[in-house]
Ligand binder design. Structure first.
Ligand SMILES: Nc1ncnc2c1ncn2[C@@H]1O[C@H](COP(=O)(O)OP(=O)(O)O)[C@@H](O)[C@H]1O
Ligand SMILES: O=C(O)C1=C[C@@H](OP(=O)(O)O)[C@@H](O)[C@H](O)C1
Ligand SMILES: [Mg+2]
Length: 184
């Protein structure tokens, strides 16, 4: 069983995922990293996801993300962090939910907006002329949909990294134990 982290851009999926994997001695897989690996084969050298998104556009990026996520169907005992928009495609949810306990990392809208809009580069999927309102729209749409995916929700806003990591590990441990005892 994998631990799968999803949530809106900037909520800490990559940061917490690495820490959880380290604590549990599991492999860490970040789908954005795999997209960069895949795109490197087309491009000849590695470029960050932001640049890939700009080069291939939103649909091209989602196609690469889909390809990468389909390749993870047989992965086990890992910690997986997906990009902020990955779970919008239901095929991606279906591919990953079978062998993962899914955690939706909730980060409240106003503090997340502050974090994301103060990043060095504005995310490519926001409107540079209306960053705040495009963030609000993106957040509301994704949050409403993400809450319906049946994941364990953890509100990580303002939580210390170590507390997030412990909370996820405890919930996961309990879920695995319950699943094991049901199987006996
Ligand atoms: N606990 C934290 N406190 C302050 N900043 C953080 C914390 N966790 C992550 N960040 C910052 O927030 C940004 C997004 O984190 P990241 O883990 O890449 O999120 P995601 O993968 O969900 O987009 C990064 O710039 C990171 O340095
Ligand atoms: O929210 C999104 O649509 C995206 C989030 C990014 O990942 P993080 O959420 O890990 O930053 C990356 O996949 C890409 O830039 C698109
Ligand atoms: Mg990330």
């Amino acid at each position: 069983m994998n631990i799968l982290l999803f949530g809106i851009k900037g909520c800490g999926k990559t940061t917490f995922g690495k820490q959880i994997a380290k604590k549990l001695g599991r492999a860490f897989i970040d789908t954005d990293h795999l997209i960069e690996d895949l795109y490197r084969m087309h491009r000849g050298h590695r470029v960050p996801c932001r640049e890939i998104f700009l080069e291939v556009g939103p649909a091209g990026f989602r196609a690469l993300e889909y390809e990468v996520i389909q390749s993870l169907q047989d992965v086990q005992n890992s910690v997986i962090a997906v990009g902020g928009g990955a779970m919008i495609m239901i095929e991606n949810v279906e591919a990953l939910s079978k062998s993962s306990h899914m955690f939706y990392l909730v980060f409240e809208k106003e503090p997340l907006k502050k974090r994301v809009l103060s990043m060095q580069d504005l995310p490519v999927f926001l409107d540079p002329n209306n960053p705040e309102s495009s963030f609000d729209r993106m957040y509301d749409e994704r949050d409403e949909y993400y809450r319906k995916l049946g994941a364990t929700e953890i509100n990580v806003t303002g939580m210390k990294d170590a507390d997030v990591v412990s909370a996820i590990c405890e919930i996961f441990d309990e879920a695995v134990r319950k699943k094991g005892s049901r199987g006996k």
